[in-house]
Ligand binder design. Structure first.
Ligand code: NAI
Length: 317
């Protein structure tokens, strides 16, 4: 990617005081962009605040001859972060929604404050930054957004139900931004990274972490946000030099006539058809589900699996 450059562009990186965000900030500054280095500077579980984290990265960029400015707001105040880009550099081209924290606890012991804080930082924070950048993107007919999901969101992860919910929210958020932004040349993609950082240092052994340098997540992101990249609305996993695209898969499914024969028993009889992935489909929007509904309306009655004869009593088993 030696020839990919971002001269004249302004990149906002949230949570850029450490980990992955710091690597993004250093990279884009080294390739000609002006960078807003945002970081609240708190702990990995969202306590405290400090200007130091962002300042250190800004100093590093400036010492290397790059252009950067610090912002210390929480991503919940995304409008102020984008304002920092506008007032210092006059524009915003690329938004990397990267800031994040953890509040890991089993579902049984989850407290409202653990849930609320995670949703606030990841979901509301990404929304607020993108919302503030959006009018600028539309006006200039260019914008690139990267949102940050996680394998925990895509697949679930013990002790992380709050984080999983927030991270899968990033997928739906991205897919809709991609659809709404397409005609304005605004592209949004979502990554599920894996990298050594303060977030992962306590849960992975040192030899594994050694092979997961945060800098190795940067090249894919650099491609996705480049002005020549057409990718939009896609999900990627990346880490340790590996990257892959993910997509939704739907089994060819079971279609029953929606009449009196459409009973739980009729479904149970054909359960294998529902969960058989031999001839999968790859849906990309709600529209193709409507086609299935139309087909259902044209069908004849299905096998009767049971007779519904509810007399107001519930059988006890
Ligand atoms: P990190 O803890 O090193 O970096 C996150 C940064 O975000 C910190 O510098 C922190 O101060 C900042 N931050 C936290 N809350 C903030 C707020 N409200 N406003 C502004 N800044 C805030 O963690 P890492 O690993 O670099 O994580 C970056 C992103 O990647 C996060 O969204 C994380 O959930 C995600 N991720 C990381 C994985 C990994 O393997 N490291 C795995 C999956 C997802």
């Amino acid at each position: 990617m030696s020839d990919l450059r971002y001269d004249g562009q302004v990149v906002v990186v949230t949570g850029a005081g450490g980990g992955l965000g710091r690597e993004y900030a250093l990279f884009f500054a080294s390739r000609g962009a002006s960078v807003v280095v945002n970081d609240l500077g708190g702990s990995f579980n969202g306590q405290g605040a400090s200007s130091k984290a962002a300042d250190v990265v800004v100093d590093e960029i400036k010492a290397a001859g790059g252009k950067a400015v610090a912002n210390y707001n929480s991503v919940e105040d995304g409008d102020q972060i984008i304002e920092t880009a506008i007032s210092n550099f006059g524009r915003i081209d690329i938004l990397l929604n990267n800031a994040g924290i953890l509040r890991d606890v089993s579902f049984k012991n989850m407290k409202d404050e653990d849930w609320d804080l995670i949703i606030k930082v990841h979901v509301k924070g990404s929304y607020k930054c993108a919302r503030a950048a959006w009018p600028h993107f539309r006006k200039q007919k260019f914008g690139r957004v990267i949102n940050t999901a996680s394998a925990a969101g895509l697949f679930g992860s013990f002790g992380q139900c709050n984080y999983s919910a927030a991270k899968l929210a990033m997928v739906g958020f991205t897919e809709t931004l991609a659809k709404e932004g397409a005609k304005y040349n605004i592209h949004a993609n979502v990554i599920a990274p894996i990298a050594a950082s303060r977030m992962t240092q306590t849960v992975m052994p040192p030899d594994v972490l050694e092979n997961l340098k945060p800098a190795w997540v940067v090249p894919l992101v650099a491609v996705l946000v480049h002005k020549d990249c057409e990718e939009n609305g896609s999900i990627f996993e990346t880490g340790g030099g590996h990257m892959a695209k993910l997509r939704w898969e739907r089994s060819s499914g079971l279609l029953l006539k929606a009449d009196a024969s459409y009973t739980p028993g009729a479904i149970l009889k054909k359960w294998n058809e529902i969960s058989n992935f031999k001839n999968p489909e790859y849906p990309s929007g709600p529209a193709d589900f409507m086609t299935l509904l139309e087909r259902s309306m044209e069908m004849g009655p299905s096998d009767k699996g049971e007779t519904l004869d509810f007399k107001g009593k519930v059988a006890l088993v």
